[in-house]
Design a protein around this ligand. Structure first.
Ligand code: F0G
Length: 462
């Protein structure tokens, strides 16, 4: 069913020149490829697969990049910013030569995702002990999180495969995004949520965007296993970040970032880590851009996890010990309350290739960093603030230099979790273990009488 967000209804006809001239051989080379070096099995894009049939490894979309003729791409992408076609206005599909897996633009559902700003904050820089810091704020996306970058691509693939139902388990943002894009594209969204551990704002989005919404009495990791089984049995297309097409869309964040920076490269890109799809996607985009000669070098990537849900951080401390899931993950940053991240093998490669690190932040550190980002006039949801909390610690430890160029990815909008905000500022926020969080930057509202003189007294001290 075409809707105003699908391209059947869009102005203009780009079918003839969907990709830049000469891109057809590159697009034709797209395959699903197993990421395991000793396997590298290849599959057609039409195979509905989330893991390698041979070795069980994760899959990615691979291209024969030697066929890419990139000389016109940077100018073309810049010119598209002036173009009113929906594909050009999308901050994902504007860069479609970097993700040329589609054969027909009509499969795309776009809500004009991406196009997110880079914002700097002197206050946050001072807090982190840096000269400068800037934030790529993915919360400016249509459904308020970075998931939209990936979802436009995942839903396009679902439509190309002729699927009518899509599903995900989510800590909230994936479900909000999938619900919106699936409904906009005429598909039925089915979302599975960990009952009691998702912010109200995100749950509300799933309902409003028309998803069949199931709150399961289990945690994210347990529900993912369940949903994978259900998807197979009920022919539903899985749109968690294990889906390689979602990663393709999400990697456009890195390309848009570089375009906005006129192709200069930050020293560090820092992001929160949950299921580790984002780090994998960002890294894939950066590495491909470097390999294509669009940038001369890679930034270092730092992944920050919440201290009660930090299996990747623990793993990187000593990889010899192997990867161990956290059985009962806990954090008030519910978006990253994940103990068994599916994409850790992809993320590990990104850390290795970029000389990256992982860091961990406590509930207190996340809460305070979030308030600092808020007081900068920027604002974000709790998981996003793990970045600033982690950066502060990495600067303290001398891993990040004071004068280095640091870019943090804020993954979700400030309004995603208003309950957390209210509790922090009123002193009612408690850690999952019970002790309260002391709001060092609390800004408590005051109830006042309807009395101008009394209010003036307060204002004198403001
Ligand atoms: N920040 C926010 C706001 C998120 O919603 C998530 C993940 C992350 C960071 C971590 O990203 O999983 O790619 O490492 N949210 C998922 C969800 C799991 O279901 O919305 P990741």
């Amino acid at each position: 069913m075409p809707t105003s967000s699908t391209l059947e209804a869009a102005a203009g006809d780009v079918s003839a020149s969907f990709y830049a001239e000469g891109c057809e051989p590159l697009a034709a080379s797209a395959r699903l490829v197993c990421i395991e070096q000793n396997c590298r099995a290849r599959y057609a894009l039409s195979d509905v697969l989330y893991q390698c049939r041979g070795c069980g490894g994760l899959l990615e979309v691979g291209y024969d990049w030697s066929l890419a003729r990139t000389d016109t791409w940077k100018q073309l992408w810049r010119a598209r910013r002036m173009d009113n076609h929906p594909l050009s206005q999308s901050g994902v599909w504007r860069y479609r030569e970097m993700l040329p897996f589609l054969d027909r633009p009509q499969h795309v559902v776009t809500l004009r995702e991406g196009n997110t700003p880079i914002l700097s904050s002197a206050l946050a820089a001072e807090y982190a002990g840096l000269e400068n810091i800037s934030f790529k704020h993915q919360g400016f996306n249509p459904t308020g999180s970075f998931k939209d970058n990936g979802m436009t691509a995942g839903v396009a693939q679902a439509r190309r495969l002729g699927k009518t139902r899509v599903a995900c388990v989510s800590t909230g943002n994936t479900s909000a995004s999938m619900a919106a894009y699936a409904s906009a594209g005429g598909l039925t969204p089915v979302v599975f949520l960990p009952h009691g551990n998702i912010s109200f704002g995100k749950l509300a989005q799933a309902l409003e965007y028309g998803a069949v919404t199931l709150e399961v009495q289990a945690n994210f990791d347990q529900i993912l296993a369940l949903v994978r089984e259900l998807c197979e049995r009920a022919d539903v297309y899985l749109l968690n970040s294990i889906n390689p097409f979602r990663i393709e869309g999400q990697k456009s964040m890195a390309i848009e970032l570089l375009d906005q920076l006129d192709w200069s490269v930050p020293d560090w890109v820092v992001m929160p880590g949950g299921n580790l799809g984002n780090a994998s996607a960002f890294g894939k985009g950066l590495i491909e851009a470097r390999n294509l000669g669009l940038i001369p070098r890679l930034p270092r990537i730092a992944v920050v996890q919440a201290s009660g849900s930090a299996p990747f951080y623990e793993f990187l401390k000593d990889t010899q010990k192997g990867f161990h899931a956290v059985a009962h993950p806990e954090t008030l940053a519910t978006a990253i309350r994940i103990g068994d991240p599916v994409s850790w093998p992809k993320a590990m490669r990104i850390i290795q290739e970029t000389g990256g690190v992982a860091e961990v932040a406590t509930e207190q550190e996340i809460g305070d960093a979030k308030a600092v980002i808020g007081k900068s006039g920027i604002g974000c949801e709790p998981a996003s603030a793990a970045t600033l909390a982690g950066i502060r610690k990495l600067v303290e430890r001398g891993v990040i230099g004071r004068g280095e160029n640091v870019l943090a990815v804020l993954t979700g909008n400030v309004l995603k979790d208003p309950d957390y905000i209210y509790r922090y500022h009123t002193g009612a926020l408690k850690t999952p273990q019970g002790p309260p969080i002391v709001g060092r930057f609390a800004n408590c509202p005051r109830v006042v009488a309807n009395d101008a003189a009394a209010i003036l007294k307060i204002l004198e001290r403001a």
